[in-house]
Design a protein around this ligand. Structure first.
Ligand code: F6P
Length: 322
């Protein structure tokens, strides 16, 4: 790709802290290499409407430390249709933009894949708090979300201790238990329920009772949203153990806030790499964090089945919460 080419960037799907750092890196790295840079507002929805603006050095000033995404985001139904995909591709081609960097989850990557089939060069950058994209060890936003959960639970722990109560805390992650597992291990949760591992509420109640007999007067149970309805889990635990469990659903606070340093660095390095691979002439690739390195891999990898769940952390968390 030579210097008179144009690259656009968009964010899509659920926002994630660190997306702004990635957008900044994409725009500045492109400008550094004399490429005209464009930002698409409101994800694929905005692309279909032609909501595209040129990005200058100053367009991404003062954003590296901010949560959310300055480009806004959306979940687009129209992008699932061929008509929507053609409109989106044409909006880019009409403006002479032949490459698009998509920051989002695997749903957003599917949109990118469709555009590639219509002649656009595409690169996916993994931005989602869920950490659920096949082909990368970590996604932008995951670390911040885990830290948000840890912070919230430390507050809940104060009231749990004062009232000698058990708390069930539901965290996000869609079908993935990574936020629950990482935060649960970090805060020393009594139990962690994740969709990847079946659980037995009678055994969990027994564990709560064992703790109680040892003098433990409060407990924290972290439940990934994909593990089932927390209200039902709470009712069953009460039936089995007699403990009244308070339920807290952390919800969208997990998507907000300033990115951790780790997510800002991940955003910057992945954003920079996305421009680099386009300069090398590559397309239909995703940027991945593998063994502490930032590399590019085929985009199609993200659409393959999830590898078997590695139970290492889960087993450790269980061993530590005897
Ligand atoms: O994918 C990110 C995520 O926050 C998931 O953890 C959650 O299930 C979903 O998005 C919520 O989506 P929405 O913001 O559209 O309600």
């Amino acid at each position: 790709m030579n210097s008179n080419k144009k690259i656009a960037v968009l964010s899509s799907g659920g926002d994630a802290p660190g997306m702004n750092a990635a957008i900044r890196a994409v725009v500045r790295k492109g400008i550094y290499h004399n490429i005209e840079m464009y930002g698409v507002l409101h994800g694929f929805e905005g692309l279909i409407r032609g909501d595209i603006q040129e990005m200058k050095i100053g367009s991404v000033a003062d954003i590296v430390h901010r949560g959310g995404t300055i480009l806004k985001t959306a979940r687009s139904e129209e992008m699932f249709t061929l008509e929507g995909q053609k409109k989106a591709a044409n909006q880019l081609l009409e403006k002479g933009i032949d490459a698009l960097i998509v920051i989002g989850g695997d749903g957003s990557y599917r949109g990118a894949q469709k555009l590639a089939e219509l002649g656009i060069k595409v690169v996916g950058v993994p931005g989602t708090i869920d950490n659920d994209i096949v082909g990368t060890d970590q996604t932008i936003g995951f670390d911040t979300a885990v830290n948000t959960v840890v912070d919230a639970v430390s507050k809940l722990r104060d009231t749990a201790t004062s009232h000698e109560r058990a708390f069930i805390v539901e965290v996000m992650g869609r079908h993935c238990g990574d936020i629950a597992l990482r935060s649960g291990l970090a805060i020393g949760a009594e139990s962690i329920l994740i969709p990847e591992i079946s659980f037995n509420l009678e055994e969990i109640s027994e564990k709560l009772l064992r703790g109680y007999r040892r003098g433990k007067r409060h407990s924290i149970i972290i439940v990934a949203e994909g593990s089932g309805a927390v209200a039902d889990i709470s009712a069953k635990l009460k039936d089995y153990s007699g403990f009244e469990c308070r339920v807290t659903i952390l919800g969208h606070i997990q998507r907000g806030g300033a990115p951790t340093a780790s997510d800002s660095v991940l955003g910057a390095t992945m954003g920079g790499k996305a421009v680099e691979v386009l300069l090398e002439g590559k397309s239909e690739v995703m940027i991945s964090h593998i063994n502490n390195d930032i590399i590019d891999r085929p985009l199609s990898l993200a659409f393959t089945p999830k590898p078997p769940f590695n139970p290492k952390l889960y087993n450790l968390a269980n061993e530590l919460a005897i």
